[in-house]
Design a protein around this ligand. Structure first.
Ligand SMILES: [Mn+2]
Length: 429
């Protein structure tokens, strides 16, 4: 298998850090043993945890005001796959790439070959009916799957079916559908008719799914539509998934809710009724900011993982959530942000594994609010970095991915090889 980063650079970076890591890991192991937690079992679970990289995440993002491209940006999907290979090599947590069509459209056999050079696979496919592709007959300006015009709806359905066809060749097993359909003015659309048209279109896409595929409906409160959105919240997403059938699930993008919404409770509800499909991880302060996972509110991320671990341990039905990052990197090197974000997601998972669930249940039964919440805090306050670093080291990654990446000079190297071009697609879904 090929490596994008010289293995000697990674080895040298690890050598300088390994003794300290082993000492920290041993100390943490002793602490956890006093809490009746086996650090080795936690390490194994973290090593098995995976989060997918979105192809669009490795390019510099932008806002509607401006985009400030960084050096050595990927020019096409093949450059993007190489950047994803760097992230996987150093973190060992991100072995698959989530493609976006049409931005990443290329010969599927070539795509497969490019990814397998680095041992990468393909995660969920993402369709795009929120912008017009070049040469497209009907415009999505006024919607896609819910558009008033039948020919436009047909075109949007066919695009989704094409995404499934490409994904089948790549070994993908899911299609994520997010539409920007909605309205900007009261009275612009009839809410019920728009949702009915969406359902009718989504049923046709669902019928094109291979038997071992899942369809994820992704909700978003607002933007691009600013008055009403057809799939605006988890309730509507649930209704859609329920109407479609057993292989339709809801996808939760952490940025797609109103401020202060209790996302972990939404996650619990979807788990309880067997409809949680997966996540787009990111963080936000004001709206759909697409900031790095855990950058603003790591406790919220932990609380979400607390629900996920609870479901994992209790054997909840149909529980197999897909994990993917979905972020916009405006001011950082996207590779660095994605490596650290993958680690933040793993961190929340590791911390959630440390919750003393038996004690928590007892405090809940006794209405001991203070001790119940302290039980969560004890787990959250635990510095699990030695477990994450040990997981990376054990799998051939870097103890400190950003340090190894910077030492490698990768960004300087690709800046020389990749002349700046117009972005090959860097929207946020
Ligand atoms: Mn998303």
């Amino acid at each position: 298998m090929e490596c994008m980063i010289d293995e000697d650079v990674v080895a040298a970076s690890n050598e300088a850090r390994e003794a300290a890591l082993r000492a920290d890991y041993a100390t943490l192991g002793e602490q956890l043993a006093r809490r009746n937690v086996d650090i080795g079992a936690t390490l194994d679970k973290v090593r098995a945890f995976r989060v997918a990289i979105p192809s669009w995440g490795v390019g510099t993002g932008g806002t509607r005001f401006a985009r400030f491209p960084g050096p050595g940006e990927p020019r096409d999907i093949f450059d993007k796959i190489e950047d994803c290979a760097v992230i996987q090599q150093l973190t060992q947590a991100t072995p698959s790439v989530s493609l976006h069509i049409p931005w990443d459209k290329a010969d599927p056999q070539r795509l497969k070959q490019a990814a397998s050079r680095f041992g990468l696979g393909f995660d969920a496919m993402n369709s795009n009916t929120f912008s017009d592709a070049e040469g497209q007959k009907n415009s999505y300006k006024f919607g896609s799957l819910s558009h008033a015009d039948a020919a436009t709806r047909r075109q949007a359905v066919e695009h989704n079916v094409e995404c499934i066809e490409i994904g089948k060749e790549l070994g993908s097993k899911a299609l994520t559908v997010w539409v920007g359909d909605g309205s900007n003015f009261p009275g612009q659309v009839n809410f019920a008719r728009a949702f009915e048209r969406y359902l009718e279109s989504a049923r046709e896409i669902y019928e094109a799914l291979p038997p071992d595929w899942r369809l994820f409906t992704e909700h978003k409160m607002y933007e691009p539509a600013f008055y009403s959105t057809v799939i605006q919240d988890w309730g509507t997403s649930y209704l859609a998934a329920k109407e479609l059938g057993d292989r339709a699930y809801c996808l939760v993008d952490l940025g797609h809710h109103a401020p202060n919404v209790n996302i972990e409770m939404i996650v619990s509800r979807l788990i309880q009724f067997g409809k949680l499909g997966g996540f787009h991880f990111n963080d936000s302060k004001y709206g759909d900011d697409d900031l790095d996972a855990g950058a603003i509110d790591p406790y919220r991320l932990f609380l979400i993982f607390n629900e996920l671990v609870d479901a994992e341990l209790s054997g909840a039905k149909d529980f197999n959530p897909a994990h993917m990052l979905d972020q916009n990197h405006n001011v950082t090197d996207p590779i660095e942000s994605l490596m650290l974000s993958a680690a933040e997601v793993q961190r929340a998972y590791a911390q959630a594994l440390l919750v003393d669930r038996k004690a928590l249940e007892g405090f809940q039964e006794d209405n001991d609010a203070l001790m119940a919440t302290q039980t969560l805090k004890v787990a959250f306050r635990t510095d699990v970095e030695p477990i994450l670093a040990m997981a990376r080291l054990a799998d051939g990654g870097a103890i400190d991915p950003v340090a190894a990446y910077r030492a490698s000079g990768y960004r300087r190297k690709v800046a020389g090889e990749r002349p700046a071009v117009a972005a090959s697609g860097g929207g946020i879904v």
